[in-house]
Design a protein around this ligand. Structure first.
Ligand code: ZN
Ligand code: ZN
Length: 804
């Protein structure tokens, strides 16, 4: 062992040895105590590993290594989410083919990941762009299609003019493209493939009550699913009482205050309802709104609209109320029609003020008179007024009573609505798995037979997307011309590819089964290893990836392909690291490149430094000045091992401090509070200096607890202590409460002058009690071998010597 800690040499040595010994490959079939830890696999960007990846993966790795030291067979796989627009856009920008580009970027990623000292099992890696993988992505598409969960329909969809493709709602952040934060998403009405995730809305929501996930993530999912209870109410047309406009409202208690109706300009009845006098104005308004995108429509403050000339009948009051159209009602939500209650809805209130429509108050706050005039809509609690037989009822009771009353009259019924929309899955891009469908003039849509999978993505020189919405594959005749699998007539392949989020919705199911080319999931290994025991990742995926994985898992469960319906037993969201108080970004110039820190300080210092920044689930601020402290700590441990005295005997106070450290480090590491666990390790080193010397047990305990954080370093010192097998073959130390408290002393028991055991006794124990405890110790009894004890010497608080 060298005098000085040289991270470069130590890390190169151990990474080589781990590879040679296949130290990170688990015997998946033979494992006795399987434990599956999962990190969110990266997309291999050309910039290389981001410090955010390094932070996330290190936290997962520490948890995995803790479990390994606790005696589990830990599977920690990794792969590459290599399909997708991000890679493709970059390839376009630099004029390269994404496949070649990918080969280089994944090699670079792998090099960086290995340098971090992760315990990842490369023998089970997945690459979503490999036909052995995307064959099964296409297979999943076919299963959804077979079960009526993949449908092609014309609908308003989000279109990013930069990406030149449609996007799912989850990929639009406040109206902007997830990838182009400066590009507003437009609305287009086209035929797309959708996955019917809304059919699973209730189950996706209900299971949140019992799955063990970070609360922040569960809250984000609940809000995204957006369940609301309300009623569907029919408003008959004045011109034809047999027909009615149907609305969904969460406030059926206010139906007596509905003084007009508003339809989305796109509502299919608009043209028909417009009276001759109003027709020109209605059509002009409609044409103007059609040029606006959804985002601008949501953002518009000024209230505009046009009266259709038609009337409906309020089913509660029997009054005729005018039907308007306005851009603040969107076709995509509910039924595209609303009952307007200006007294209790602010948008309706503003609209009524602009157009001089009647405002009728139907809820009065406690102690308020029904006739008090309003200068804004009132949406607080209270009791009903101007509502006939329901006057005096409190809001919640009135919702139920009025819904039931409308139902008995055939004018309405209770209904639950969700904010969640179906998942738009098709992309008019190149770099993804082709959707395995065929369009036949005679047979309609025909799925590609499973035996014909994969539908290979052809190599293209020109893979540019097209502003018209025509996919690059639609320019490749040799790809799309195909015989119909049903009638053998000429047919055309689907030329859209599927969303990257489908690739990542099932990758964790594939890891244990990468050796099986004939099935997507090996049933036995799936039962043994899944669901995932611990998944750790970023909360920015709360409603994207994490929702999609749950949905796909539920579907695969329902069709009998999986024995469970929730993919992750535990999910924890890690925090973000920022730099100098701000989020890292290229434009700010504060992006940290892990390579620079790995070169300068080594992986172990870098790992510990990142984890020391703050609680792992909260993140921290990356400042260069903290690195030196971590390095000093490791140097101190290095010297401790190097300068140890194997004959040293630790004092009671140090033993107590060590037991306290075992408790603290173990509990904090278990709860992902890595920063305080590291602080406790540093305290232990200080205690050794203060209360030392340390004996071998104290030193080994420190090294084992340090191993998840600084694995190369701990391996090196463990070997220096003379252990032939690695530190991860050791077991996590256990502590004893009674040895932690200060009123207990630990006393060495000697037999004929040699230490044969240790006992813990109360500090004020009598000599007789101490001797009795010593005689009761099993190892001591062995050495006494039943012989007569000739002399008993007690040195209070230190030792007992028994001479035979
Ligand atoms: Zn975009
Ligand atoms: Zn056909």
């Amino acid at each position: 062992m060298s005098e000085r800690y040289d991270p470069t040499a130590v890390e190169a040595k151990w990474q080589g040895l781990w590879r040679e010994r296949r130290a990170h490959t688990v015997d998946l079939h033979g494992a006795q105590r399987p434990y599956y830890t999962l990190m969110m696999f990266p997309y291999p960007s050309a910039e290389g590993l981001h410090v955010g990846n390094a932070y996330a993966f290190t936290g997962v790795d520490i948890h995995a290594r803790l479990r390994r030291l606790q005696g589990h067979d830990v599977f920690e796989p990794i792969g590459f989410d290599a399909f997708g627009i991000h890679t493709e856009n970059y390839a376009l920008k630099i004029g390269r083919n994404p496949r070649q580009l990918m080969t280089e970027t994944t090699a670079n990623f792998r090099r960086q990941l290995d340098r971090l000292g992760l315990m990842v099992d490369w023998e089970h890696a997945v690459d979503t762009t490999h036909p052995d993988y995307y064959r099964w992505t296409q297979w999943i598409f076919l299963q959804l299609y077979k079960h009526g969960l993949a449908v092609r329909k014309k609908a308003p969809v989000n279109w990013c003019p930069q990406c030149q493709t449609v996007l799912a709602n989850e990929q639009v952040i406040d109206g902007y493209c997830e990838r182009h934060s400066d590009t507003r998403v437009e609305q287009r009405l086209t035929a797309q493939w959708f996955f019917a995730i809304t059919k699973y809305a209730e189950r996706l929501l209900k299971n949140l009550d019992w799955i063990d996930w970070s609360e922040t993530t569960k809250t984000a999912q609940r809000n995204w699913i957006g369940r609301s209870e309300g009623a569907e109410i029919d408003f008959p047309l004045e011109s034809d009482a047999q027909r009615a406009l149907r609305v969904f409202t969460t406030r059926p208690d206010t139906v007596f205050g509905a003084t007009y109706m508003v339809l989305a300009p796109e509502h299919e009845w608009v043209a028909e309802l417009a009276t001759p006098a109003q027709r020109a104005a209605v059509m002009a308004y409609r044409a103007r709104v059609a040029t606006m995108d959804l985002v601008s429509r949501r953002a518009v403050q000024e209230k505009t609209g046009v009266f259709t000339g038609a009337f409906a009948v309020n089913p509660a009051t029997g009054a005729r109320i005018p039907i308007w159209i306005a851009d603040y009602v969107l076709a995509e939500y509910g039924t595209g029609a609303i009952m307007a209650v200006p007294a209790h809805d602010q948008r309706d209130f503003e609209f009524a003020q602009v157009f001089g429509l009647p405002i009728v108050r139907v809820i009065a706050a406690e102690g308020e008179r029904a006739e008090t005039s309003l200068d804004a809509a009132y949406d607080g609690p209270g009791r009903l007024v101007h509502s006939g037989q329901f006057d005096g009822l409190e809001v919640e009771a009135a919702k139920r009573a009025i819904t039931a009353w409308l139902a008995t009259r055939g004018a309405g019924q209770a209904r639950v609505e969700y904010r969640l929309h179906d998942w738009c899955i098709s992309r008019q891009r190149y770099w993804g798995p082709p959707i395995p469908m065929i369009h036949c003039g005679a047979c309609g849509i025909v799925p590609v037979p499973e035996a014909d999978l994969p539908v290979l993505l052809p190599d293209l020189d020109d893979f540019r997307p097209d502003a018209s919405g025509v996919a690059p594959l639609a320019r490749v005749r040799s790809f799309y011309e195909v015989a119909c699998p049903q009638c053998a007539g000429p047919a055309r392949r689907e030329t859209d590819v599927s969303d990257t989020f489908l690739d990542s919705a099932w990758y964790f199911l594939r890891y244990p089964s990468t050796d099986r080319r004939d099935v997507p999931m090996d049933p036995e290994l799936t039962r043994k290893w899944l669901p995932v025991d611990m998944y750790i990742g970023g909360n920015e995926h709360a409603v994207l990836h994490l929702m999609y994985t749950r949905f796909i898992t539920m579907v695969l469960h329902d069709i009998g392909a999986l024995p469970f319906e929730e993919p992750f037993k535990k999910f924890r969201a890690h925090g973000l690291i920022i730099k100098d108080g701000a989020k890292m970004s290229k434009s700010r110039g504060n992006v940290v490149n892990p390579d620079q820190y790995l070169d300068q300080h080594g992986a172990d210092v870098f790992r510990m430094y990142m984890m020391f920044l703050g609680p792992y689930e909260e993140g921290g601020d990356f400042r260069d000045d903290g690195v030196a402290g971590v390095r000093r700590f490791l140097d101190g441990v290095w010297r401790l091992v190097h300068e140890r005295d194997d004959a040293a005997r630790a004092a009671d106070a140090l033993l107590r401090a060590t037991h306290r450290a075992i408790k603290k480090v173990g509990e904090d590491t278990e709860h992902l509070q890595y920063n305080t666990a590291i602080a406790a390790l540093m305290t232990l080193l200080n205690d050794i200096r203060r209360l030392g010397p340390a004996d071998r047990w104290v030193i080994e305990t420190l090294l084992i607890m340090l191993a998840p954080f600084a694995p190369h370093f701990s391996e090196e010192l463990w070997q220096a202590l003379g252990h032939p097998s690695g530190v991860f073959a050791a077991r996590w130390p256990s502590f004893e409460e009674r040895l932690m408290v200060d009123d207990t002393v630990v006393i060495a028991v000697q037999v004929n002058g040699k230490v044969r055991g240790r006992i813990a006794v109360p500090r004020d124990a009598t000599d007789a009690d101490v001797i009795a405890a010593a005689l009761a110790e099993a190892t001591v009894q062995t050495h006494l071998d039943g012989k007569d004890i000739r002399r008993r010497v007690v040195v209070p608080g230190r030792l007992v010597n028994l001479v035979v």
